[in-house]
Design a protein around this ligand. Structure first.
Ligand SMILES: Cc1ncc(COP(=O)(O)O)c(C=O)c1O
Length: 443
């Protein structure tokens, strides 16, 4: 048997013991547990690309503001559900300065991570019209969003945008919206898992069709301004983070602090409801909420029911971070652009060793280097590739639970790969490629 960096018999034994009938289809957490066990049994470290978690220290400005708020006694009071005023103002400023659209502080509501922001948004946008009972995902997407709709009992459908970039998106999207059953559309931009970024052409199409078919657009900006091909770092100065908010009135922006500020542990994010949607009176919301105005139903109905407010100190922390960002005294982009630099090196290593990028372009332009990328290896499905790479000490997730139709692909996340591991990644990929070329598999 040929050598692999990790003894293949240990890998095979742990896979059998895990009870997973198909490792390639396992969830991120299941893969994580399996890899932990293989690492422990083999004494060898994996190059871990399965988890999409920040790999940097949390932004200090936030920590300091939280400490001060706790010392000031905020822990003993319930925070107001709509958010502390200073945070609401800074969210509104952030959106003006970096996206160049106006959202009143009234519609800027903190949530316990943008994951809860989408949950709250589904609870309201998904229930505005009994005939519109389905949420449309522009996929690939974040599996938790799909799980949220399962939990809520709200129907979902999906459009994998791979073949429908640029103008081609219009017909594909309109064919679905014409059915009349779609309440809302959700996508992330930059996208998890592929790091594609919708262009202004595509955002205009989404916005125009959303207006035409009276659909709410939920734009998940979990990776706010992290398309490093452009310099979005200077407040109030173009270019701005592209957004559907330029092209429709009925939208919700979901902004996470987890990646931009490496603030994932504090579970705080932002729901920004457009002014027109906030004020919209939707009488049928009275089936669930005492308020029928969209924004008030979202705050006093949905957000109250979900978490009754967001941790007080975390609100002060995020307010301080956003204020420093808006005042240009703190440039979070400088901290996180390391992800782009690392992705560039890692992608090259994959490409040099027989892999190809699956979601490779935004219209005509190669995708940006960022937090994630998708790769495939000729002749293997994504699920097979996950298993084949394990004895080489490389872990990732397949695209099968992301709504992607490109089942040859796997998602690689760069955040937990250290610079010291990069030469090792290169060596391991080269060995994998050599063995594959010789028709040899460790399984
Ligand atoms: C597209 C997308 N949306 C939302 C989230 C969750 O963000 P938060 O930590 O703010 O809940 C993530 C995190 O990985 C994500 O990739």
């Amino acid at each position: 048997m040929k050598e692999t960096p990790i003894d293949a018999s240990i890998v095979n034994e742990k896979i059998t013991r895990s009870g997973l009938t198909n490792v390639g289809r396992a969830s991120i957490r299941e893969i994580r547990t399996l890899i932990n066990e293989i690492e422990q049994a083999s004494g060898k470290k994996f190059i871990r690309m399965e988890m999409g978690i920040p790999g940097l220290p949390a932004a200090q400005i936030g920590i300091d503001a939280e400490k001060a708020a706790l010392d000031g006694g905020c822990a003993s009071f319930y925070p107001s559900i709509e958010g502390i005023p200073e945070l609401k103002v800074e969210i509104s400023r952030l959106i003006k300065l970096f996206v160049d659209i106006d959202v009143s502080p009234r519609g800027c509501i903190p949530c316990t991570g943008s994951t809860s922001g989408s949950f709250i948004s589904f609870l309201v946008a998904g229930r505005m019209n009994p005939e519109k009972d389905t949420v449309l995902f522009l996929d690939p997407g974040f599996p938790v969003h799909k799980q949220q709709l399962n939990v809520l009992g709200i129907k979902q459908t999906s459009l994998d945008v791979y073949e429908y970039r640029g103008e081609a998106l219009r017909e594909a999207l309109e064919n679905i919206l014409r059915e009349g059953n779609i309440s809302s559309i959700l996508y992330s931009n930059p996208n998890n898992p592929t790091w594609i970024c919708f262009t202004d052409t595509e955002l205009r199409i989404i916005g125009e069709l959303a207006t035409k078919y009276d659909v709410v657009v939920m734009e998940d900006l979990a990776y706010f301004t992290m398309d490093f091909r452009k310099d979005y770092s200077i407040p109030g100065r173009p270019p701005f983070q592209p957004s559907v908010g330029k092209y429709t009135d009925h939208y919700i922006l979901l902004i996470s602090s987890s990646k931009a500020f490496s603030y994932a542990g504090q579970r705080i994010g932002v729901i920004a409801v457009s002014n027109a949607l906030f004020e919209r009176d939707v009488p049928t919301l009275n089936r669930y909420y005492t308020q029928t105005k969209f924004g008030l139903a979202a705050i006093y109905g949905a957000a109250y029911a979900v978490s009754a407010g967001v941790t007080h100190s975390a609100q002060y922390g995020l307010a301080a971070l956003l204020k420093a960002t808006n005042d240009a005294t703190y440039r979070f982009i400088d901290d996180v652009k390391i992800y782009g630099e690392r992705a560039k090196v890692m992608k090259k290593d994959f490409l040099d060793n027989g892999f190809y990028i699956v979601y490779d372009k935004d219209e005509d332009e190669p995708i940006a280097d960022g937090f994630y990328f998708t790769v495939a290896y000729p002749g293997l499905t994504g699920e097979e590739l996950i298993t084949e790479l394990m004895p080489y000490g490389i872990s990732a997730i397949s695209l099968s639970n992301t709504g992607s139709k490109r089942l040859e692909g796997i998602r690689a996340c760069v955040s937990l790969v250290s610079d010291e591991q990069l030469p090792e990644l290169r060596e391991r990929l080269a060995l994998f490629h050599k063995n594959q070329g010789a028709g040899w598999s460790p399984h």
